[in-house]
Design a protein around this ligand. Structure first.
Ligand code: AMP
Length: 589
């Protein structure tokens, strides 16, 4: 089993794909989001997640948060305004100095990964050695390698480093979109904003551009809201524990206002000399407070579009990731920039982890089957009169599925029919792939009178079963074909390309064959009718029929559909009176 891990700046998550679904794993406290915080006590094992988060206030000097910002960085490249001491010579990998402890960012991240691994193993009841870990699309080699090393330190082989926007796009099912779909992934979390423009080509997401701000997110809105609450309640809170409670109340109110229009914030124990108070906060007020921060994302979006050489109109999908995109203001704002309604159908905190778990399942081979089995990659059908492809199950049919059609004999007295099972998008049978063939016998009957039903059925495992039945005798033949869905992506792509490239010729071939079948049916019956009733027609009408028939014969010699169709239509028109005469004679008889 391979784990999917979203190793986030603020929060991390772990998921697995199991029995057809992604399950995000909760820890012993029932929490799926693990704060990416590690506390190193003076003695004993490090604390990770929620318990470490609580220590941020009490023991900030031994508590590490936002370690992701330091991954793969060297001394001299450390992010500004972080309350950490670093050690090491300039140009060497960064070490965090926590008292006398020296820690590499990988070691800290490894503690988080170790906890996620342990949570997963407890929940799954089995040990796990491999993981897919996500990183921002803009992470360089050093940052990616550091992430891999963190995995190794935690006892996990990182089998794939996956870009976060790609993971989100997978979670949103964007891999099922049409080729060349362009997707904007708008990711506003707690402390970071990322905008990525992806394009789906050959079933793979390509990052066309990324932009963002590593110091912009919900935290900024929280801080601004705290200032507002202080001003509204008339108290200035300086004691750290009270500030922490005020912040907690502000964050909770912000979350409530993503649903409600108004909320009451109770600020009970803000410290000595400060009485309990309540502040009513409306969504409109919160939006006014948040707008300057949200507004900052615009420039990054425009920059990413410009870098990708695209206009907002060329984006087909806008997907929302990160907890802060739950705010209606953020959804409206992103929608306005890209001129489309954002897709918020996934849980924005969990989309990246979900995508990582899906990628893990693809690598395991578990999901491959599911994705491939989901729809038929190419059309399935049989060869019919004139060597044409007769589609029974069109491409992209959701499986399991079943469809059938009735066929008849092309020749009088025919005793059997060859069922050639074909796969592909070309009009001519021979240009498609043959999956198999078999004969179905039937009673000899005049042309067009035999009735053979052919049914295609694909089961949930992708196995195609073809059934052919002579309806007169109920004699039937059932043949199982190999999998109808296990076709390589390249082969499918080649088939689709060929079909597109030859579309004109193929259509002409089909039209010609259809007209030819009609001509070959008409010519002998016109001859028969002329012999039977021709003498009753005026000489010039007979001559006209004969010249029309000659034109049809001539057109049959060339492979062009249009002249043949025209000649057949003319012959049909010229023989109207003759046809009526034949009917009249028959009735008289
Ligand atoms: P993330 O970094 O993706 O985990 O996002 C965390 C950020 O999302 C924090 O700033 C949260 O306050 C914010 N957030 C989570 N849920 C909501 C919500 N319902 N409404 C507004 N912001 C939220």
């Amino acid at each position: 089993m391979i784990l999917g891990i979203d190793l986030g700046t603020t929060n991390s998550l772990v998921g697995v794909f199991d029995a057809g679904f992604v399950t995000l794993i909760a820890d012993e406290a029932g929490q799926r989001l693990t704060p990416s915080v590690v506390h190193y006590p003076d003695h004993g094992e490090p604390l990770v997640g929620k318990p470490a988060s609580r220590m941020r206030v009490l023991s900030p000097e031994r508590t590490v948060f936002s370690v992701k910002r330091f991954m793969g960085r060297r001394v001299g490249e450390e992010p500004a305004d972080m309350p950490y001491h670093f050690s090491g010579a300039p140009g060497t990998p960064i070490q965090l100095a926590l008292g006398d402890l020296r820690l590499s960012p990988e070691q800290v991240s490894a503690e988080i990964l170790r906890k996620l691994k342990a949570d997963a193993e407890r929940a799954l009841g089995t040990s796990v050695q491999q993981a897919v870990v996500t990183v921002p699309a803009y992470f360089n080699d050093a940052q990616r390698s550091a992430t891999k090393r963190a995995g190794e330190l935690a006892g996990l082989e990182v089998v794939r480093i996956l870009n976060e926007p790609t993971a989100a796009a997978l979670a949103y099912g964007m891999d099922r979109q049409e080729e060349h779909t362009r997707i904007a992934v708008y990711d506003l979390g707690g402390g970071t904003f990322d905008i990525s423009i992806l394009e789906l080509t050959g079933g793979v997401f390509h990052v066309l551009a990324t932009n963002g701000n590593t110091r912009l997110g919900g935290d900024d809105i929280d801080a601004a809201l705290v200032r507002h609450l202080e001003a509204a309640s008339g108290c200035v809170v300086s004691e750290p524990a009270a500030r922490a409670r005020l912040l907690e109340a502000a964050v909770a109110a912000k979350h409530r206002l993503s649903e409600a229009e108004e909320t009451v914030v109770s600020l009970p124990f803000l410290g000595e000399g400060v009485s309990s108070t309540e502040v009513t906060l409306s969504r409109a007020t919160l939006e006014k407070i948040a707008l300057p921060w949200v507004e900052k994302t615009r420039a990054h979006c425009l920059r990413a579009l410009a870098d990708a050489n695209l206009e907002p109109e060329s984006i087909q999908e806008l997907i929302m990731v990160g907890g802060s995109t739950r705010m209606p203001l953020v959804q409206r704002f992103a929608g306005e920039i890209f001129g489309r309604t954002p897709n918020c159908s996934r849980n924005p905190d969990e989309a990246v982890a979900e995508g990582a778990a899906l990628q893990a399942a693809i690598l395991e081979g578990t999901l491959n089957q599911v994705v491939l089995l989901d729809v038929t990659p190419l059309s399935l059908g049989i060869e019919t009169f004139g060597g044409l492809m007769n589609v029974i199950l069109p491409r992209n049919s959701t499986i399991p599925c079943k469809a059938g059609e009735m066929f008849t004999n092309a020749l009088a007295g025919q005793r059997s029919m060859l069922i050639r099972v074909l796969q592909g998008e070309r009009e001519r049978a021979n240009d498609n792939w043959e999956l198999g063939r078999f004969e179905i016998p039937f009673q000899a009957l005049p042309k067009g009178q035999a009735r053979v039903g052919v049914q295609f059925e694909i089961d949930a495992d992708g196995i195609l079963t073809v059934l052919a039945r002579d309806t007169a005798t109920a004699h039937e033949q059932v043949v199982k074909m190999a999998s109808a869905v296990e076709v390589s992506d390249e082969a499918v792509e080649k088939m689709l390309e060929d079909a597109l490239e030859n579309a004109f010729d193929d259509m002409n071939a089909r039209a010609f064959t259809e007209a030819k079948l009609k001509a070959e049916e008409m010519l002998p019956s016109v001859e028969k009718a002329l012999a039977r009733a021709g003498s009753r027609l005026p000489a010039e009408e007979r001559a006209s029929i004969e010249s029309c028939a000659a034109e049809v014969r001539e057109a049959l010699k060339h492979e062009a559909a249009a002249p043949l169709k025209k000649a057949v239509t003319a012959l049909d028109a010229a023989t109207q009176t003759l046809a009526a005469l034949v009917v009249e004679l028959a009735m008289q008889r």
